[in-house]
Design a protein around this ligand. Structure first.
Ligand SMILES: [Zn+2]
Length: 434
């Protein structure tokens, strides 16, 4: 029996390869329609625990994701969702992601109040009844299932919204299922500022593709934009007493960090993004003030004003968070509890950070030049040499980074992404374009 199984598996890659899909993946057309199903919910709780509450389900017109990479084997993110076929119990889709709520849970505020944030996940439209499962990591980094709910795609309560906004292509290189599809959304541009947003969207594309490995892989991307005018121009700044009515509801001073510009309104972002085929949401905000944020497979935002400091570098840094959850390689500068972000007794899931608890599990460990001391001292000769340098993940001690100055570290000193980030970016683009 064992031999038969072996032969069968050995033949599969050739057989299914002829159909354009590797053996370990399901056939998209068997399980899915090429549309998006969107599951909206609320993420609630405090420092001591979390709960999830259903909001609603939507159908969106396109599925821009891969039709091959259906099961996520990367293990990135603090959250994960799984779509399980009801009749067979088979896992048919999964993705890791992160959320703003996860970060909030590590703040001092989460020890004193309970809070709810809207969140949302998208997956291809199942043909039959399914179950959605929401999983998250516990304090030890172990996955646990926190929520599940049955979904019937045939239900007439699946909301189907008509188009409400204009859209435009920034640059399109081909079939969305074989490309990384970015949707650019405006924040704080009034009806009179449409031209300014269109120029910002083009500037964003040029900025992203001015850095490797994105420059070389430009043809693997599609960038489209949705035009959503705001009532007010600019972005809300609570610490400066400036409140504005804007399309994405973004704000500086998130978690009381002045430069941390984010929005909690994920359901509204999805309503806007669903006007085009997309996988990744990038918000350009109409301000010159330095700041932004990006969370893995959630969304990223940054200031698009011509005078915004390090504008292009902020785009690329936040995009690193959004695309594959690259960790921050810098020290300090955040309001969350540094120790609880990267506890010394567990290995972070981020490809570019280590606590040395299980460094051997990382691709990084196999990329080190022979004879590299671990930890590696920072010296002038090692400015662009791969090593294991102490200081990263906001913490000066106990967390290590691959390069003295990667783009995920100091924006002013970095010459580009470190070799560890670069290799992982390439792998992720390949995964999304299969
Ligand atoms: Zn790096």
């Amino acid at each position: 029996m064992k031999r038969v199984v072996t032969i069968f598996l050995a033949l599969l890659p050739w057989v299914s390869g002829a159909q354009g899909a590797p053996s370990e993946q399901l056939l998209f057309d068997e399980w899915f329609e090429p549309h998006t199903m969107r599951f909206d919910y609320y993420h609630c709780g405090d420092a001591g625990g979390e709960e999830f509450y259903f909001a609603d389900i939507h159908e969106e017109p396109w599925w821009a994701g891969s039709r091959v990479s259906l099961i996520d084997g990367n293990d990135y993110g603090n959250q994960m969702f799984r779509i399980v076929d009801d009749a067979t119990g088979r896992l048919i889709y999964s993705r890791g992601y992160g959320t703003l709520w996860d970060e909030w849970q590590t703040t001092a505020e989460a020890k004193t109040i309970r809070k709810s944030m809207p969140e949302s996940v998208v997956f291809p439209m199942p043909k039959a009844d399914v179950r959605i499962e929401l999983w998250s990591r516990d304090g030890k980094g172990e996955w646990g299932k926190r929520f599940e709910q049955a979904i019937s795609p045939q239900s007439y309560f699946v909301a189907r919204y008509p188009q409400r906004y204009d859209t435009f292509d920034v640059e399109v290189h081909g079939d969305p299922s074989r490309k990384v599809d970015i949707v650019v959304l405006p924040e704080g541009y009034t009806a009179q500022e449409r031209g300014k947003f269109e120029a910002a969207a083009k500037d964003f594309a040029e900025a992203i593709f001015s850095f490797e490995p994105f420059r070389e892989l430009r043809d693997e991307f599609n960038i489209r934009a949705v035009w959503v005018p705001s009532h007010d121009s600019g972005v809300t700044m609570p610490g400066a007493g400036e409140w504005r009515n804007t399309s994405a509801g973004a704000s500086f001073w998130t978690f009381d960090s002045e430069r941390y510009q984010m929005t909690e309104d994920m359901h509204t972002l999805r309503d806007q993004a669903g006007h085009v085929p997309y996988e990744l949401i990038y918000i350009l905000s109409n301000t010159d003030k330095y700041g932004g944020g990006g969370i893995y497979n959630f969304y990223a935002i940054s200031s698009a004003g011509k005078a915004a400091p390090s504008r292009a570098r902020v785009y690329i840094h936040e995009f690193g968070h959004l695309l594959l959850g690259l960790g921050d390689e810098y020290v300090g500068g955040v309001s969350y509890d540094e120790l609880s972000m990267y506890p010394s007794d567990r290995e972070p899931w981020e490809v570019n950070l280590t606590t040395l608890v299980d460094f051997e599990s990382k691709a990084w460990s196999r990329m080190l030049p022979a004879g590299t001391p671990v930890p590696t001292p920072v010296t002038p000769e090692r400015a662009d040499v791969l090593g294991v340098y102490e200081g990263g993940g906001y913490s000066p001690k106990g967390v290590y980074r691959p390069w003295p100055n990667c783009m995920m570290n100091s924006l002013s000193r970095a010459t580009g992404f470190c070799p560890v980030c670069t290799a992982a970016i390439r792998d992720q683009i390949e995964f999304l374009c299969r």
